[in-house]
Design a protein around this ligand. Structure first.
Ligand code: XIL
Length: 422
């Protein structure tokens, strides 16, 4: 257990004023996988990150409340990795030359996931070309600042982030599996000892529990491999490349504890029975403020924990407004991020972290990662409410000035064993 060195400061009166802002039950259709690229340009160009010493001094001298020494560092409260997804290199909101963002990340987190730059098309754009420069710089900055890496993602169907040589492949299933194995093995070998864990396969299922195969939501991996064998192949090759990293299957909407959850658990059992080296299950946890229920989330996490594997929340975010919610469809959208909504979000973050700690035994906790540093960085900004005049998503732990939101205190409360209140 890491030391609990710092005390939480009292919340400001403005934040403590009002209780829950409501949010009735909803049964929205599933949020989709990502489709919209957020990179401003190719993320593979060379880049440098500011040095660890400048980062430390930024932390020490910062007047920013999110890194003030009077505020708890989340990583110091947890006995498992506390991670954050970052952009880097030439991406929008890149951490690369942003000292303020670096200070916040180094202070509160001890693991990073690259939001994009370690995906297939960036690391492996052509069959015999690997472009590691930008990702290597991020990994090295993390090492210099005490942050590990969760690798994301070796295999993902999302077509615009699949390299053309795979999208356009026309050979035999066996030759395709050979390419998948090379890809998986070469990248994990490059990062051996530097990346703690990998999302080896991301999003192989539809929400109804069927494998993604053909159709608009289909997977070229399933199609070109002639079935689901690409999954086992990717895991086996990842293990050849890296003998120690944790190897995860990762998906979204599996926290609902429905058909997709059960399909994923069945697949993992089959992989284990076949001796495939899968060691963890990742729940993306792109959830809403009032859905799914905490009991469903907890039951879903427990199904993975009961297999004895590592369990990780890989992409947590909790938007206040969600374009797939009943509330949105009924015309109820919050125009301002009120203190009441901030408190409701705080409680929801707390309850999810608490559910994770209750469902997953300590030795199986792969950690919790939030998908982005500050609200305006979030991928959800691109995906939801595109025509709205203002930010009405507010999904993360820090506001647009990189100040800690009540949501951060919700996470801290859960990690400290306090009750969740709003
Ligand atoms: C998202 C990134 O955050 C965006 O910048 C990009 O435009 C699309 O991909 N599930 C995943 C992540 O596994 O890779 C996605 O990341 C978010 C949904």
């Amino acid at each position: 257990m890491k030391k609990q060195t710092l005390q939480l400061i009292a919340l400001t009166s403005a934040m403590a004023l009002i209780g829950c802002g409501g949010g009735g039950s909803s049964s929205p259709s599933a949020p989709p996988s990502s489709n919209a690229p957020a990179t401003s340009s190719a993320a593979s160009s060379s880049s440098t990150l500011t040095t660890s010493s400048s980062t430390s001094s930024a932390i020490n001298s910062s007047a920013d409340s999110s890194t003030s020494s009077s505020i708890v560092a989340l990583k110091d409260l947890a006995d498992f990795p506390i991670g954050v997804a970052v952009s880097a290199g030439q991406e929008n909101f890149s951490i690369t030359n942003d000292a303020k963002q670096q200070a916040v990340v180094a202070y509160h987190f001890d693991q990073m996931t690259a939001g994009n730059i370690m995906k297939m098309s960036y690391l492996h754009p052509q069959q015999n070309t690997y472009t590691y420069t930008t990702a290597d710089a991020l990994v090295e900055w993390g090492q210099a600042n005490g942050l590990g890496m969760h690798g994301h993602a070796l295999i993902w169907h999302s077509s615009y982030q699949v390299p053309a040589f795979l999208n356009n492949f026309t050979g035999s299933p066996q030759d395709f599996l050979t390419l998948i194995a090379e890809h998986s093995k070469n990248i994990t070998a490059h990062y051996f000892g530097k990346v703690d864990s990998w999302d080896v396969v991301n999003e192989a299922f539809l929400d109804n529990g069927q494998y993604r195969s053909t159709g608009s939501e289909g997977s070229i991996f399933y199609q070109k491999a002639g079935g689901k064998d690409y999954i086992a192949t990717a895991f086996r090759a990842a293990r050849e490349g890296d003998s120690t990293a944790d190897l995860y299957y990762n998906d979204y909407n599996t926290e609902q504890n429905g058909a997709k959850t059960n399909a994923m658990i069945t697949m993992v059992k089959e992989l284990l029975a076949d001796g495939v080296p899968i060691t963890g299950i990742g729940y993306q946890m792109h959830v809403m403020i009032d859905w799914p229920s905490i009991s469903d989330i907890k039951a879903a996490l427990k199904k993975a924990a009961d297999l004895g594997l590592m369990v990780k929340i890989t992409e947590l975010d909790i938007p206040i407004n969600h374009s797939w919610s009943d509330a949105y469809r009924n015309g109820t959208v919050h125009r301002a991020f009120t203190p009441a909504l901030a408190q409701q979000q705080k409680a929801r973050y707390c309850e999810i972290v608490k559910a994770y700690m209750e469902a997953v035994p300590a030795a199986q906790r792969g950690g919790i990662t939030v998908w982005g540093v500050a609200d305006h960085h979030s991928w959800l900004m691109d995906l939801m409410f595109k025509n709205e005049p203002q930010d009405i998503v507010w999904p993360l732990l820090f506001d647009k000035d990189l100040n800690a939101k009540p949501a951060l205190y919700g996470v801290a409360d859960a990690l400290s064993g306090k009750s969740c209140s709003n």
